[in-house]
Design a protein around this ligand. Structure first.
Ligand SMILES: C[S@@+](CC[C@H](N)C(=O)[O-])C[C@H]1O[C@@H](n2cnc3c(N)ncnc32)[C@H](O)[C@@H]1O
Length: 436
């Protein structure tokens, strides 16, 4: 019989404290790690320990959910010859050898370290679902104190399949919100609801629609008409914020597995932070938190262990014109890239790529057959960084020996270019840096 998780929980919390303390002893504060906006490719435990404590207004964590599934990305790209390719790649694993206890052994030390980063008036929000939210809530009660529980926000959606008989369809996630201390304050948000008929207390806008403005509550679904209350509610600005799940047809979809809607993060950030505040996301994935923080004028630090995740995040942040520091602490050792750059033309050309000998064995499913025989076919994407700008290309090079990227402008003098490639297993090749 497996030991009850409830009985194991105190030991798991103690173990988490020990793991955090041991990691703390090994950690070094890295120069340059206090910059306002940063994307970091690395494991989040060591990285969080390198950040200055007591500064974050919000730490948002969207970790694996203990869902016993592997997640895959579906990224559409074009080959060098223009052919449409769909890359179905492994994204991250949510299987734990010793089940939920093992999952909690991963998460608890990270929660301990994350809470230390909070300012006195800061809050932590842990995004989970039915698999583990009940257990993590007990852990957070223990770490932060039950009195500091603020609320459980419910993000409700209608997407995905559901068993008709095993359960009433499970269609919501749980976002556990805890404050560091009573100094934390919510910025209340208001929503406008339009009504078919007038009732007592309803108003009418300039277009004759009947409406009522109410405080936004803790169950979020669909599209929410956020209203900025002004002196005259009839002329107050109304903004539709969509918290619909990111589906195939969504404009914001990156193809990164488990990407969260920007609208959900927008509401959370507006509730819990002000412009200029620091928001930290240790499980950043496709970078949704950083993108929303950037749009709303917050500072941010986003961390993900996967190169593939941070490539997607960089693409999104660069499209916004964000200026930030990107640090990669991942091991960059697989394969070799040969790249040529033409300063006058503003062109970077990938000449050849030598994947590691065991690459095919590491790939699973159909992809392993697709790459044999053509070394470059193993390269799923590459990126070139110019200062703080990154230009990312999700280009498969199957059947071709050259990939070219044309930049909008010739490179400025003394530019250093860093080029990294990513194979289909998500590993970075040796990065190549050269001056122009
Ligand atoms: C649920 S996804 C986050 C999705 C994200 N909120 C978004 O909107 O795209 C979880 C992410 O955590 C990352 N991850 C898992 N374990 C990690 C670790 N120890 N350190 C850093 N990142 C980790 C995975 O690579 C994955 O991208």
């Amino acid at each position: 019989m497996t030991t009850s998780l409830l009985r194991q929980l105190p030991d798991l919390i103690d173990e988490g404290r020990t793991i955090a303390d041991e990691a703390r002893l090994a950690s070094v504060h890295l120069e340059g790690h206090d910059t306002a906006k940063q994307l970091i490719t690395a494991d989040n435990l060591a990285t969080l320990l390198r950040l200055k404590p007591g500064r974050a207004r919000l730490v948002y964590l969207d970790p694996p959910f203990d869902s016993r599934a592997n997640y895959r990305n579906r990224i559409q790209t074009r080959s060098a010859t223009g052919e449409l390719l769909v890359l179905d790649q492994f994204a991250y694993q949510d299987f734990w050898d010793d089940g939920t206890a093992e999952y909690l052994r991963m998460l608890i030390p990270r929660l301990i370290v994350a809470t230390e980063l909070l300012a006195d008036d800061g809050a932590i929000c842990v995004h989970l679902d039915w698999h583990a939210s009940h257990l993590v809530r007990l852990v957070l009660d223990e770490l932060l104190g039950r009195d500091n529980f603020v609320n459980e926000l419910v993000w409700s959606y209608r997407s995905g399949g559901a068993s008709r008989t095993a359960s009433v369809p499970r269609k919501h996630d749980n976002l556990l919100l805890y404050r560091r201390s009573p100094a934390f304050r919510i910025q209340p948000l208001f929503e406008r609801q339009y009504l078919d008929k007038p009732f007592i207390g309803t108003k009418q806008d300039a277009e004759g629609r009947h409406y009522v403005d109410t405080i936004l509550r803790d169950v979020l679904e669909g599209s929410i008409n956020l209203v900025e209350p002004g002196d005259d509610p009839a002329s107050a600005s109304v903004q539709a914020v969509s918290v619909r799940p990111v589906l195939n047809v969504s404009a914001e979809r990156t193809g990164y597995a488990t990407q969260k809607p920007e609208g959900l993060l927008e509401l959370l950030l507006r509730w819990t932070t002000r412009p200029g505040d620091l928001v930290i996301d240790p499980f950043s994935g496709s970078g949704t938190t950083a993108v929303v923080a950037e749009r709303l004028g917050r500072n941010w630090i986003a961390i993900d262990a996967s190169e593939r995740a941070t490539v997607v995040a960089r693409t999104r942040l660069n499209a916004l014109g964000a200026r930030y520091q990107h640090t990669s602490m991942a091991r960059v050792s697989d394969g070799k890239l040969h790249v040529e750059a033409d300063a006058g033309q503003g062109t970077v050309r990938l000449v050849s790529f030598e994947p590691p000998a065991d690459l095919a064995a590491r790939l699973s499913g159909d992809l392993s057959t697709a790459i044999t025989g053509d070394a470059l076919g193993a390269l799923a994407g590459w990126s070139a960084a110019l200062g703080s700008h990154t230009i990312t290309h999700w280009r498969s090079a199957t059947g071709s020996l050259k990939i070219e990227a044309q930049f909008d402008e010739p490179f400025p003098p003394d530019t250093i270019i860093t080029v990294e490639g990513f194979d289909l297993a998500g590993r970075a090749t040796e990065a190549q840096r050269f001056p122009i």
